[in-house]
Design a protein around this ligand. Sequence first.
Ligand code: CNA
Length: 324
Amino acid sequence: GPEFTPRRSRLRHVSTIQDAARLLRCSKRVMVLTGAGISVSCGIPDFRSKDGLYSRVAKVFPELRDPQSVFDIRLFRRDPRPFFLTAKELYPGQFEPSPSHRFIRKLEQRGQLLRNYSQNIDTLETIAGIDRVTMCHGSFATATCIRCKHKVSAEDIKEKVLAGEVPFCTVCSNEEEWSKIQFPLGQPASSQQQPQEGPRRSSLDEDDDDDTYFFPDPDPLPPVVKPDIVFFGEDLPDEFHTNLTLDKPHCDLLVVIGSSLRVRPVSLIPGMVPAEVPQILINREPLPQVNFDIELFGNSDSIIAQLCRMMGPDFAELASDEPL
Ligand code: CNA
């Protein structure tokens, strides 16, 4: 279950969008924690919303008991096809950053951005020009064969991934082997291995999942090239831990934008910054497991446009007069 003890809001006098605009204008070391929500307006579906990526995968692989397992390393080793079905939808190179990304870049240009901790793997932060970004869940920039560990660049597997196909390793295997590989999902039930009960432990962890069994690894592993994004069951990059340790004590404002904060350890960040640091949520839906000082609900681009209108000339280009 959830590990959060709701924080009591220490800033009872701040609660309005004007207060948020003032904090965002005056704070000097802003930590911005982002999720799939800030890329939705770019055309990349989020995870859990209706018609999000999870629901699409479940339509193609109805036997997947838990659609979030598309990012589970244990399923990937047995059958990587649900993952690659998802990967082509958010593969870098097809999208432009949103006004929300540009806002974070603007904070950085004004010297206010302590760090953008992004859970996204679409690399839109980089395209928006944000330098101080930590991609907590890695990126598609490189990929590694799960069998022989040979590393390749994004370019090497791009064509396959965009076609929704499984990229195989050309170092430890060949076409003859590839043609014989059969993945278990979508096959007659008799050819499927039975799931086995077992302990579960993962570094990347879902707060409320019910995925309590795992499949044994195939032996040998298939020669599949996996993009170096962090799956459930894999460690986050060292950079995440190093930067967070470095940044935590210096943060003077935390802003969460477009995340359901349901994936650990990123979801633990609001509980890790010093208690006196104000926390703002900009999201379509409330997150009952965290106590924010200011909560602004709606489309992040429009909320940010409203904030920018109140934040002075530096932010004018991102501002809008539209009412919320
Ligand atoms: P999530 O669990 O799908 O949550 C997204 C949150 O954003 C939800 O609370 C939505 O209500 C909210 N939201 C959706 N659209 C908007 C909008 N326009 N404005 C404001 N809020 C909005 O996604 P999380 O990022 O929290 O989950 C973490 C996973 C999802 C990470 O590991 C990501 O790698 C993974 N993911 C990434 C991408 C991407 O890179 N763009 C896309 C889909 C999933």
